[in-house]
Design a binder for this molecule. Structure first.
Ligand SMILES: N[C@@H](CCC(=O)N[C@@H](CS)C(=O)NCC(=O)O)C(=O)O
Length: 212
């Protein structure tokens, strides 16, 4: 099995961690979005990362890949079968992939990626994201964890935790100013999830590029 995609992408981070939690054997191939490698483009027709190849089978989109891996490797269950828990896991996954990644992306793009791409960084946009759009997201996660729960849904690690933890790294890389004293449970949660072995290899690759 091959997972294509640059390690700095929160979607690639989520997918690789999910595959590692499933103890699936795979090779990670670093590919930038839009890379014209035909083997990658066969698996990701629109050039988005991640893409997956499993023999002749190709798939793109982190959530689609997670569902594929879950169906193929049910143990340990990372997407619960029970209706309410499953619905919540899908909600947190969607929240992470859209609402959270969008905000983290503005900070990360303007403070890290823009200069690499020869574009003028928009620092004002990064500051607005940091001070206005990010706090309600962190407050929502903090409220979810307020009852002392370890995991976002149920009593075990799920796709929800992996998906929501993954974008936090892009906040770090974008040097987002976060008042962690206001979000202690969220801070402990993201450190706990990102500290799992399943994230280690990709985070080490990131560190070599952008620092820890
Ligand atoms: N919903 C997709 C989003 C994938 C995505 O947008 N990845 C970004 C990199 S972080 C990308 O490839 N962007 C290039 C583009 O949109 O053309 C997923 O979950 O995999």
């Amino acid at each position: 099995m091959i997972i294509y995609g640059a390690s700095l992408s929160p979607f690639v981070r989520k997918t690789v961690a999910f595959a590692n939690e499933k103890s699936v054997e795979f090779e990670h191939r670093d590919r930038m979005p839009g890379a014209d490698d035909p083997e990658f483009r066969e698996c990701s027709p629109f050039g988005k990362i991640p893409g997956l190849r499993d023999g002749d089978y190709c798939l793109s989109d982190s959530t689609a890949i997670a569902h594929y891996l879950e169906a193929k490797n049910p143990d340990p269950a990372l997407i619960p079968a029970e209706a309410e828990a499953r619905g919540k896991v899908m909600w947190f996954d969607e929240f992470a992939d859209t609402i959270f990644v969008a905000v983290g992306g503005v900070i990360f793009f303007n403070r890290v990626v823009a200069t690499f791409m020869g574009q003028e960084p928009d620092e004002a946009a990064a500051v607005t994201a940091e001070t206005e759009t990010l706090p309600p997201i962190l407050a929502f996660i903090e409220k979810t964890l307020a009852d002392g729960r370890e995991w976002l849904v149920g009593d075990n690690l799920t796709l929800a935790d992996i998906a929501v933890a993954a974008p936090f790294k892009n906040l770090d890389y974008g040097r987002a100013a976060v008042d962690w004293d206001a979000y202690p449970k969220t801070q402990a949660f993201k450190d706990r999830v990102l500290g799992r072995d399943s994230f280690a290899e990709l985070l080490a690759k990131d560190a070599a590029m952008v620092g820890g």
